[in-house]
Design a protein around this ligand. Structure first.
Ligand SMILES: *Cc1c(COP(=O)(O)O)cnc(C)c1O
Length: 509
C-alpha cells in the first residue's frame, strides 16, 4: 500500500474509476450483518423444528408464479428476497432432511454440514487446482478414504457431484488402461476389438449411462442376472465373459454394486474380484451409499472384498449425511487415474513455487476445472462427529429396516417383496382374505397408497418394481429417521390400504 499514490487530485472527474466503481459488497455492513444473523437463525429454526413440518407438500400455484417473472433490472432488498425464500421456497423442498423421508436413497444432511457450507461459500475457493489449503483438505479426505478402504498410498481420489459422475469417470479410467493413452486421441472406434463391460441387472441406471456417455453404447454392457438375494450371479458373469471372448470381443470392466438402489443388495465382491483378476478386467464398485458402511463395524464385514477394487464410487451425501452434493471417486493407482484426465495446457501451467504450484491438481483427476469446496463440509462432518458416530448412524438405519421387516410380518395384509440386507425395505399392501378373482390391481393400489402418503405429508416412501411387482420402497438413510417415523409410515399405509379396499375402486386384474 505504501507505494500507492496517497494524494488523489481533489477534482476527480465524474466518471473517474473512484466514482463509478461497482462492488457487490454492502454499503452498510452492520445492517447486512443483522440480516445475516436473521437468515442463520431462520435456518437453525428450520432444522430444529423439521419434525413439526410435513415431509413434503404440494407447491401452490402462487409460489410457482413468483418464479415465472421477467428478469429483474432493478435491485430489491436482501430482506425481501429472504422473505420470498422463507414463504415460497423453504416449505416446498424435497423433504429429504425430514425423518419421515424414506423415498429414494438420500441423506438428511446435518447442522454441522450446513455451517461448513457457509464457511466454504465465504471463502469461495475454486478448487480446480493451485497451491491453496482447501486442496490439502481434499487430500486429507483422500488419505482418510485410503485408510477406510485399505487402499495403498498410491491411490488417488477426487470429489465430484455424485456417483453417476464417478461411475462415468471409472469407465473412462478403465478404458484408458485397456486401450492405452492413445485412445484419448483416436477414440474407441480405433480399438482392435469391441470392448464389453459387465454389471448386475440390479445395478443403478447410471452404470449403463456411463457406457453410453463414454461412447461404448449401452449394448456393450452385459446385464448379469441376480440370485434370490438380488446379488450378481457370478457363474453367469464368468459365462458371459467367456462367451464374449469366444466371439472375439474384449471384456474390460466389471462393476459390482455395494448396496443396490432397489433393495440394498451387496454383490459378492470378493468373488467378483477373483474373476476380474483372472480375466484382467477393471474391477469397479458402485458403492454410492453402501461403501461408507465401512464406518460401521457391523456392516463392514458384509462389504468384504471392497478393498480389492480398482476403483470405488460413492457419495458422502447419502449414508455419510454430508450436504448435497459430495460424490467421490477413489482409484487404486493414481497414475492410471491421471492418465485418463490430465492434459497439459498453457494457461494451467504448473510451477515449483507460487500459487501455480502444488501439482497434481484435482483437475488432473476428472473433467471438472472450476469446482467448489466440497471437501470442507465433508471434513467438518467427519471431524466433528467422528467415524464411530457416523458408523452408528449407518447401522441404526439397518436396525430400523429390520424393525420394519418385523412389523410387516405382524400384519397379514402386508407382504415383504425382497430380502433386506441393509436399509432398504420393499413391501406391499394386499388383503389376503379376498379371493384372487376379487383382488384389486395391486400395482395400482400400492402406487396410489404411496402418492396419497406423499400428499398427506406424513411420510415419503417411494415405489419400485421387484420381479415385476410394484413395491412400496422404504430406503432408510436419514440419521433423523427413528422408530416413530417408521410407525407413522406403516400405520398410514395400513389405513390407506383398508380405505381403498372398502371403497373397492380398483378392477381386478
Ligand atoms: C444414488 C445411487 C447412484 C447415483 O448416485 P448420484 O449421487 O445420485 O449420482 C448410483 N448407484 C447407486 C447404487 C445409488 O444408490
Amino acid at each position: 500500500m505504501d507505494n500507492l499514490p496517497k494524494d488523489l487530485p481533489a477534482d476527480l472527474p465524474e466518471d473517474s474509476p473512484k466514482n463509478t466503481h461497482q462492488s457487490l459488497d454492502p454499503e452498510d455492513w452492520s445492517a447486512f450483518r443483522q440480516q445475516s444473523h436473521r437468515m442463520l437463525d431462520d435456518m437453525l429454526d428450520f432444522v430444529e423444528h423439521l419434525r413439526e413440518r410435513p415431509v413434503w407438500q404440494p407447491i401452490p400455484q402462487e409460489a410457482r408464479a413468483k418464479f415465472q417473472v421477467a428478469l429483474p433490472q432493478q435491485p430489491q432488498t436482501l430482506a425481501n428476497a429472504h422473505q420470498t425464500f422463507m414463504n415460497d421456497i423453504l416449505p416446498y423442498g424435497p423433504g429429504n432432511s425430514h425423518p419421515g423421508f424414506m423415498g429414494w436413497v438420500q441423506g438428511g444432511g446435518s447442522p454441522v454440514g450446513m455451517l461448513a457450507e457457509m464457511l466454504a461459500a465465504g471463502l469461495n475457493a475454486n478448487t480446480g487446482g493451485r497451491d491453496q489449503m482447501p486442496l490439502e483438505v481434499e487430500r486429507q479426505i483422500v488419505r482418510w478414504m485410503r485408510e477406510l478402504f485399505a487402499f495403498p498410498d498410491s491411490a488417488s481420489g477426487v470429489f465430484v457431484t455424485g456417483t453417476s459422475m464417478a461411475n462415468l469417470m471409472a469407465v473412462l479410467v478403465a478404458r484408458t488402461v485397456a486401450l492405452g493413452k492413445n485412445v484419448r486421441q483416436h477414440g474407441v472406434r480405433e480399438a482392435a476389438h469391441q470392448l464389453t463391460a459387465y454389471t448386475s441387472i440390479e445395478a443403478h441406471g447410471c452404470v449403463a449411462q456411463a457406457m453410453d456417455l463414454a461412447g461404448f453404447g449401452t449394448a456393450a454392457l452385459r446385464r448379469i442376472p441376480s440370485n434370490d438375494l438380488f446379488q450378481m450371479d457370478t457363474a453367469a458373469l464368468s459365462a458371459a465373459i467367456a462367451a464374449d471372448r469366444a466371439a472375439g470381443l474384449q471384456p474390460f470392466f466389471i462393476a459390482g454394486t455395494a448396496g443396490s438402489v432397489d433393495v440394498g443388495a451387496i454383490d459378492p465382491l470378493n468373488e467378483i474380484a477373483d474373476i476380474a483378476a483372472r480375466e484382467a478386467c477393471w474391477f469397479h464398485i458402485d458403492g454410492a451409499f453402501g461403501a461408507l458402511g465401512m464406518m460401521s463395524p457391523k456392516i463392514a464385514p458384509l462389504l468384504h472384498g471392497i478393498q480389492r477394487a480398482d476403483s470405488i464410487a460413492f457419495d458422502f451425501h447419502k449414508w455419510g449425511q454430508v450436504q448435497y452434493d459430495a460424490g467421490f471417486l477413489l482409484v487404486r493407482d493414481s497414475t492410471q487415474h491421471t492418465d485418463a484426465f490430465a492434459a497439459p495446457v498453457a494457461y494451467l501451467r504448473r510451477e515449483a513455487r507460487g500459487l501455480a504450484g502444488g501439482s497434481p491438481w484435482p483437475c488432473d483427476f476428472g473433467p471438472d476445472l472450476s469446482r467448489g469446496f466440497r471437501a470442507l463440509k465433508t471434513w467438518f462432518t467427519i471431524q466433528v462427529y467422528g467415524t464411530e458416530k457416523l458408523g452408528k448412524v449407518i447401522s441404526q438405519t439397518c436396525d430400523l429396516a429390520q424393525y420394519l421387516v418385523q412389523q410387516i410380518a405382524l400384519h397379514s395384509c402386508l407382504e415383504l417383496l425382497a430380502p433386506v440386507a441393509l436399509n432398504v425395505v420393499c413391501f406391499r399392501y394386499r388383503d389376503p382374505t379376498i379371493a384372487p378373482a376379487n383382488q384389486l390391481n395391486l400395482d395400482d393400489l400400492n402406487r396410489d397408497i404411496v402418492t396419497d402418503l406423499h400428499e398427506s405429508g406424513l411420510a415419503v416412501p417411494s415405489t419400485t418394481t421387484i420381479r415385476g411387482q410394484l413395491a412400496i420402497r422404504a430406503a432408510i438413510v436419514n440419521h433423523r429417521t427413528d422408530r416413530s417415523a417408521i410407525d407413522v409410515m406403516l400405520s398410514a399405509v395400513l389405513k390407506l390400504g383398508q380405505e381403498r379396499y372398502s371403497a373397492a375402486i380398483y378392477c381386478s386384474k
